[in-house]
Design a protein around this ligand. Structure first.
Ligand code: ADP
Ligand code: MG
Length: 236
């Protein structure tokens, strides 16, 4: 692998295998995947295919059994535990179930991600409204999660995930709990974040989203990539 490839790629996986239990089938079986900066990649595949495992390997929630991983110039083989926060800063994550803090307002949920990172109150007051504006929730800043629709909650979760400007946004089935209209609102926000320059990895079961998005689609089955195609018809 050339040094050049490592520098220009945002995500480089080389024959990554993950076996949770010995003698059982590998959850990921020699996955090789290259993603360029600013790409928007949809990962599809049946339940149990290994999609979430792939994303957890990227965030270092799970360690691979073998294979090489380089994310944003960080080589996972050389990654020390003390540097994991630095890695996580490069990667924002959203999940199917939002994971908002129920006792905090929309503003406070997003601000919390900055507070724990040591941002000043002044920076927080400046940054949070900007990101709420991007996800279309500026007028909901004072509301609490229980007062929001599922689609709005997911957009708060996205705001929280991107408020520290990660290089990569990972969204694991973010529309799994949403009806089609709210699902599409969430997808449009992901597209906007991508346009600002963030690499996006999205997993979904929703074929309509896959068809409408017209982006690169990687299909995983039994832990293997069975197809990787540029979705036709997309004009930038
Ligand atoms: P997907 O997200 O595509 O539904 P997963 O990555 O969650 O698939 O799971 C892939 C395979 O790995 C499945 O067979 C699943 O049962 C197994 N698996 C996932 N997480 C664990 C775990 N923590 N321990 C053991 N097996 C797991
Ligand atoms: Mg999953």
């Amino acid at each position: 692998m050339s040094v050049f490839a490592i520098i220009v790629l945002m995500i480089l996986l080389d024959r990554v295998t993950k076996t949770y239990q010995p003698r059982k089938m590998a959850a990921l079986d020699r996955i090789s995947l290259h993603v360029e900066p600013r790409e928007f990649v949809i990962i599809v595949g049946p339940s149990g295919a290994g999609k979430s495992t792939l994303l957890k390997i990227l965030t270092r929630e799970e360690k691979p059994s073998s294979g090489k991983i380089i994310i944003g110039g960080i080589d996972y083989e050389r990654l020390k535990d003390k540097n994991i926060p630095r890695l996580r800063r490069k990667i924002g994550v959203v999940f199917q179930d939002f994971k908002l803090l129920p006792n905090k307002s929309v503003f406070e949920n997003v601000a919390f991600a900055l507070e724990i990172a040591g941002y000043s109150n002044r920076e927080i007051r400046y940054t949070v409204p900007k990101v709420l504006n991007i996800v279309g929730l500026k007028n909901k800043a004072k509301n609490y999660p229980r007062e929001l629709s599922g689609g709005e909650m997911q957009r708060v979760a996205i705001a929280r995930a991107v408020v520290r400007q990660p290089k990569i946004l990972i969204a694991d089935e973010p529309t799994g709990n949403l009806d089609p209209k709210h699902a599409w609102d969430v997808i449009k926000v992901l597209e906007r974040i991508n346009k600002f320059g963030t690499t996006v990895l999205l997993t979904t079961h929703n074929q309509e989203i896959v068809n409408r998005l017209k982006r690169r689609v990687v299909t995983i089955r039994d832990g293997k990539i069975v197809s990787d195609r540029a979705n036709s018809g997309y004009n930038e």
